[in-house]
Design a protein around this ligand. Structure first.
Ligand code: DAH
Length: 367
C-alpha cells in the first residue's frame, strides 16, 4: 500500500512534536481525504465502504486519530491535536454529506430516466431529530474546557463509599454525608451506592495518573431528593480537576472567569463567595452577573443581580494524601457544576422535569 494511505498514516503514533507539526500532519490527512473523496466511485456499495473507512466508529480514520493521536498526546500538544481533529471532522462530514447528496440525486435522475420514479408524487417528509438540551449543554461545556487543555474522562455511576466520600475527605459521620441523601445498593452502608456527585473521578484519575492532571468528568449523579420543579432523583454534573506543580488561586480564578465569559457571553462578570466543601480549601461558590438583566436586578436573579453557578475551590491537601500525591509539591483546583441547572438558567427553562419527559413539543424548541 502507498505510504500516504490514510490507515498507515494514522496508525502511526503522532510522537513528540510541535503544534506546527501537528497541523502539518492533519493537513496531510485532509489532503489525502480530499483527493480520495473527489475520485471516489458513486456505486452505492463502494461509496458506503469509503464512508465507513473514514468515519467508521471502530476503525475509521477519524476514530484511529482519536485513539492514536489525541488520546496519547502529551499535555502540551493536546489542545492543538483536539482543535485540528475537530476541524478535520467537520471538513470530512461536510464533504461526505455534499457527495451523498450528489449521489442520491444522480441515482434518482437515473431512475426517473428509466421511468421507475413518478416525479410528480409529493415527497416524503423526514422528521429530523434534535440533540437533547442537556446533551447540547454538555457539548458546549466540553468545547470550552477542551479549548484550554482539559480532557474528558468518564466514570462509574455505581461507586463505593470510599471514592464517593472517604477519599474526598468526607469520613463516616461527617455531616456532609447527610446533605447528599444517598441511594445505597443492597441496603448495606459498607457496600455500593449510586454516586451522589462526579467528584469520585477526581480520586480515580489521580490514583491512575501522574500529574499534571487536567480533566473534566461529565455524567449522571443520583440523590434521594423529593422530586419537584427543581429537584429529581437523577441529575447531570460536570466535574473539573486541574493539578500541577504550581497551580495558584489566580489560575483558578482566571479559568473560572474564562469559563463564565465563554458560557454566558463576554459581558458576564464573576464573583467568588466563600463556601465549604470537605475536599477543597478554600472553597467558593461561583456567581455570575445575571444573564437576563445584566446585573441590575430582575425576577430571575431575585433582584440581586447575581446568579449562583457552581461550587469550586483549591484541592484540599488532605485529598492528595489518599492518592499518594505530594501536597508539598502539588496544588490544584476543582469544580463541580450542575448541568441541568446551567441549561435551565441559560435557556430560561423553569421546570426540571421537562428535561427528562421527552415531550417533543419541548425538545423542538431547542434545534
Ligand atoms: N461535588 C459537589 C456537589 O455535588 C460539587 C463540587 C463542589 C465539586 C466543589 C467540586 C468542588 O469539585 O471543588 O455538591
Amino acid at each position: 500500500m502507498a505510504t500516504n494511505d490514510p490507515t498507515t498514516q494514522t496508525l502511526a503514533q503522532l510522537g513528540d512534536g510541535t503544534p506546527e507539526k501537528v497541523v502539518a500532519r492533519f493537513d496531510g490527512v485532509r489532503h489525502e481525504f480530499d483527493e480520495r473523496a473527489a475520485g471516489a466511485s458513486s456505486d452505492p456499495e463502494t461509496w458506503k465502504s469509503f464512508v465507513v473507512q473514514w468515519t467508521g466508529r471502530k476503525s475509521g480514520v477519524l476514530s484511529q486519530i482519536t485513539d492514536n493521536w489525541l488520546k496519547p498526546a502529551p499535555p502540551e500538544l493536546k489542545k492543538a491535536v483536539g482543535q485540528e481533529l475537530n476541524k478535520l471532522k467537520a471538513h470530512v462530514e461536510a464533504v461526505l454529506e455534499e457527495k451523498c447528496k450528489q449521489i442520491e440525486a444522480g441515482a434518482e435522475q437515473a431512475a426517473a430516466a428509466r421511468g421507475q420514479i413518478d416525479l410528480s408524487l409529493p415527497g416524503v417528509e423526514h422528521a429530523i431529530g434534535t440533540r437533547h438540551l442537556i446533551y447540547q449543554t454538555y457539548q458546549e461545556l466540553e468545547r470550552i474546557f477542551l479549548s484550554i487543555g482539559f480532557s474528558v474522562v468518564e466514570g462509574p455511576e455505581i461507586e463505593t463509599p470510599y471514592y464517593n466520600f472517604e477519599a474526598l475527605n468526607i469520613p463516616e459521620h461527617h455531616p456532609a454525608r447527610d446533605n447528599m441523601d444517598t441511594f445505597y445498593i443492597h441496603g448495606a452502608r459498607g457496600g455500593h451506592l449510586l454516586r451522589t456527585h462526579t467528584s469520585p473521578m477526581q480520586i480515580r484519575t489521580m490514583e491512575k495518573e501522574k500529574p499534571p492532571v487536567r480533566i473534566i468528568v461529565p455524567g449522571k449523579v443520583y440523590r434521594r431528593d423529593n422530586p419537584d420543579s427543581t429537584h429529581g432523583y437523577m441529575f447531570h454534573q460536570i466535574e473539573g480537576l486541574a493539578v500541577d506543580a504550581d497551580i495558584t488561586f489566580c489560575d483558578f480564578k482566571g479559568t473560572v472567569e474564562y469559563f463564565v465569559r465563554e458560557f454566558l457571553g463576554p459581558k458576564a462578570k464573576t464573583r467568588l463567595r466563600p463556601s465549604y466543601f470537605p475536599f477543597t480549601e478554600p472553597s467558593a461558590e461561583v456567581d455570575a452577573t445575571c444573564h437576563v438583566c445584566g446585573g441590575s436586578g430582575c425576577r430571575v436573579c431575585k433582584f440581586s443581580g447575581w446568579i449562583e453557578l457552581f461550587g469550586a475551590g483549591m484541592v484540599d491537601p488532605a485529598v492528595y494524601g489518599f492518592v499518594k500525591y505530594d501536597p508539598e509539591k502539588l496544588s490544584g483546583f476543582a469544580f463541580g457544576m450542575g448541568v441541568d441547572r446551567l441549561a435551565m438558567m441559560k435557556y430560561g427553562v423553569t421546570e426540571l422535569p421537562v428535561l427528562t419527559q421527552n415531550d417533543v413539543r419541548f425538545l423542538r424548541q431547542f434545534p
